[in-house]
Design a protein around this ligand. Structure first.
Ligand SMILES: Cc1cc2nc3c(=O)[nH]c(=O)nc-3n(C[C@H](O)[C@H](O)[C@H](O)COP(=O)(O)OP(=O)(O)OC[C@H]3O[C@@H](n4cnc5c(N)ncnc54)[C@H](O)[C@@H]3O)c2cc1C
Length: 286
C-alpha cells in the first residue's frame, strides 16, 4: 500500500471485522485531533484510516447499576457540559474545563485521549483517581482492563492492533477534584496535573484516597507514596507537609523532559496536591 486509504465504519462489529483483517495496517480515527498531527508529521504513513466517528452507540454518558459509563467517542465538550459528571465525578468534569480550545474539545474524544497515552493526557489522572475500568472489544471477545494497567509507558498502551475501546466505567465519586499547571492558565498541555478522589470518615480521617498524576512520569501514574501518608489520618498542615514530601517519590519524569525539571514538578507538586486534596474534601461538604 502507498499513502492512505480511508474507510468509514458505521458500527462496532464492522469496525472489529476491519481491525481483525487489517491489524497493524489500520489506524482508528475518532476526533482525529492527534491522528491529523501524526499524519502531518509523517509519524503515520501507509495506513488504512478507519473512521469510527459516525458510530452513535460509542457515544454518550449514562449511569446504570451504580456505575457511570462514558462511551469512547464521547467528546471532551460533552464531558465539560455534563451535569451528571459535574456532580458525581467532579475530577473528570474539571479536567474537561481546562482541556484545549473549544474547537479541539468539540472533536477530541475520551477514547482517543487515553488511547494516545500521552503522559500529560488530561482525562488520565481523573480516570486513575476514579479507579476506572476500560471496556475493550476485539472480534469475538470483550475484556475489561483497570485503567492503571492500561498505560504501559511513554505514548504506549495495552491495546492490540485489532482492539477498540468501547467505553470507560467508574463508580460515582463526589469527593474528587483535578487541577493542572501549564505554561498558560488554561488550554495548554500540562507541565503537571493532579487528580484526587477521597473519602472522609466520621472522625474526619481519610478512609480512602486515590491520588493520580499527569506529566510526572513517562505514563500517567498513581502517587502511591503520597496516598499512603494520608490514609487513616486526619488532614492537618503537618500531614499535608508529609504528603508533599512523599509526593517527590512519585514524581519521576523523563530526565530529558524539556518542558519542566523534576525539581520544578516536586516544588509545585506539593502545593498543587494540597490544593486539589482540599478541593476534593470541599466538594463533599457543598
Ligand atoms: C490544538 C490541540 C490542543 C490539545 N490540547 C490538549 C489538552 O489540553 N489536553 C489533552 O489531554 N490533550 C490535548 N490534545 C490532544 C488531543 O486533542 C487529545 O488526545 C484527544 O482527546 C484525542 O482524541 P481524538 O478523538 O481526537 O483521537 P484521534 O486523534 O482520533 O486518535 C488518537 C489515537 O487514539 C486511537 N483511538 C481513538 N479512538 C479509539 C478507540 N475508541 N479505541 C482504540 N483506539 C482509539 C487512534 O487510533 C489514535 O492512535 C490537543 C491536541 C490539539 C491538536
Amino acid at each position: 500500500m502507498s499513502g492512505f486509504e480511508y474507510v468509514r465504519s458505521n458500527g462496532i462489529q464492522e469496525t472489529l471485522n476491519i481491525l481483525a483483517k487489517e491489524k497493524e495496517d489500520s489506524v482508528l480515527v475518532a476526533g482525529a485531533t492527534n491522528v491529523m498531527n501524526d499524519i502531518r508529521s509523517r509519524k503515520l504513513q501507509n495506513k488504512i484510516l478507519v473512521d469510527i466517528s459516525n458510530i452513535g452507540e460509542l457515544s454518550g454518558i449514562t449511569q446504570e447499576d451504580g456505575m457511570i459509563r462514558i462511551g469512547a467517542l464521547t467528546t471532551v465538550a460533552d464531558i465539560a457540559k455534563s451535569a451528571l459528571l459535574c456532580k458525581q465525578a467532579p475530577a473528570l468534569y474539571q479536567a474537561a474545563q481546562v482541556f484545549a480550545d473549544p474547537s479541539t474539545c468539540n472533536y477530541a474524544t475520551i477514547g482517543g485521549n487515553i488511547a494516545h497515552a500521552c503522559p500529560a493526557a488530561d482525562t488520565a489522572p481523573p480516570l486513575l483517581a476514579l479507579d476506572a475500568e476500560v471496556e475493550i472489544a476485539k472480534k469475538g471477545n470483550i475484556r475489561t482492563l483497570h485503567i492503571n494497567n492500561f498505560f504501559l509507558g511513554f505514548y504506549s498502551n495495552q491495546l492490540d492492533d485489532d482492539e477498540l475501546i468501547v467505553a470507560i466505567r467508574f463508580k460515582p465519586q463526589r469527593c474528587s477534584a483535578f487541577e493542572k499547571i501549564g505554561l498558560r492558565s488554561a488550554m495548554s498541555i500540562a507541565l503537571l496535573s493532579v487528580a484526587v478522589a477521597v473519602e472522609i470518615d466520621q472522625q474526619e480521617k481519610v478512609r480512602t484516597c486515590a491520588i493520580a498524576l499527569g506529566a510526572a512520569a513517562p505514563r500517567p501514574v498513581r502517587a502511591s507514596h503520597a496516598e499512603a501518608v494520608m490514609i487513616g489520618s486526619k488532614p492537618t498542615p503537618e500531614l499535608y507537609a508529609k504528603m508533599a514530601e512523599a509526593l517527590c517519590e512519585d514524581i519521576a519524569p523523563n530526565p530529558k523532559s524539556a518542558r519542566a525539571s523534576k525539581l520544578y514538578r516536586e516544588v509545585v507538586g506539593g502545593s498543587l496536591l494540597e490544593k486539589v486534596f482540599k478541593n476534593a474534601i470541599g466538594s463533599a461538604i457543598e
